[in-house]
Design a protein around this ligand. Sequence first.
Ligand code: SAM
Length: 456
Amino acid sequence: MSDSKQAAQSYQEKMVRQREEGKSLMNDVEIHRGDVILDLGCGTGELSAYLAELVGQDGRVVAVDPDVKRLQVARESHGEVKNLAFHEGSSSNFPRMGSETYDIVFANYVFQRIQDKEEAFKNMFRSLKPAGKIALSYGDHFLSGFQKIYRGLQNSEMIELMLSKLYFERRSKIEGMYPLQTSRGIRWPKLQQVIKMSKSKDVAKSYQHVSLFQREHGQKLIDDVEIHRGHVILDLGCGTGELSAYLSELVGQDGRVVAVDPDSYRVEVARESHGEVKNLAFHEGSSANFPGMGSETYDIVFSNFVFHWIQDKEEAFKNMFRSLKPAGKIVLSYGDRLPSFVDKFYRQLQNSESMERMLSKRWYERRANMEEMCSAAGLDIIKSVDVKMDDFEFESVESMCSYFWATNQGRFVSELATRDKVSRFCAQYTSGENSKPLTVYTDEGDYYCVLIAAKP
Ligand SMILES: C[S@@+](CC[C@H](N)C(=O)[O-])C[C@H]1O[C@@H](n2cnc3c(N)ncnc32)[C@H](O)[C@@H]1O
């Protein structure tokens, strides 16, 4: 039946309404040029082609469907679109599954056809970039209008067969399956529903508000090195740019600061907050790719609490070395292990899966190894020390949770941090749930590291 190419073609013609609704769903999720999108259950690919237009040549769309006939029609109709690729696949098997590749997973009228929805949610989650979004429309029950039409046109055997391929699940249950921080259900007219992940930019904005610890200690670190007017500084992993702006004041109008971060939302927030500063430019980039890399441009490479997020540290050291002027310096703060109070917080308030997800993006390296890599890159170490961590102060329980949410770029799952668990944590490790400020006690042995080194 639906396996024939003819059925696929007639599907292409009849799905006009679904397509229109799919377009409104797209409008609802802010698609940016450059986005990488998975169109799950793409059918004959009309919406995939539309998505490909929206993301432009810098972006791309990966479109999958288990129905090979529909894919054949899709390829015939849209095969020439350069930034669009069709693949046979499903919610349990699609390109780059589990590799944090996609900005958006889009699935229009697909979920009622997926039997194992929990697995589908997990796979989508594992495949989204941090703060990526899913945009779904689905039926959560069999519409009575359709029932009447089916009854009029089909016999009970056919109806049974059709229904056996539909797995309706109520919206409240679907919402409960989504392992994200702030999922929001929006009821649409008719049977459409959308679930959105917390807006990625919200996570970045929240980082800007809660990153006091990073800012205070970053400022101390800056004040610890001699920064001259006229200096050219790279702020590697600049986050939302508060310290970059401070550095740009110190170097004055004759100097300049180049600030890079791989998180495009943080860069966007940084530009909105400090875009008017003349001697400061923000770029999306990383330790493997930044302006002036390899060209002896910088007097200082400053990188505050970033190195434990960098996987290939040897490469990072080499790139910094090649980019420093002779006698230029690197100035780093980093964690060489997970502080034990943070470990306790995660263990008590998260589950093993979310912990694994959070920790999978941190690459702690012991101080001795960091020193070795630094020297191997050709830098002379001036200072390499542990700095004891003082107790953390938060305005309230909520701001404590926001801190862990935002600093983990949205991977901390707030829903898992239930009232009971928070109360238990507060009773054991803080000045008390209702105290203001709320002091979270660090452990005696909690510290972070500072490394300052110079190019000969
Ligand atoms: C704890 S934040 C610190 C941000 C800022 N330096 C501050 O002190 O507020 C760590 C930052 O490192 C960035 N980052 C992660 N991997 C990176 C890489 N390979 N190169 C440069 N920055 C990276 C993250 O996007 C994040 O904004």
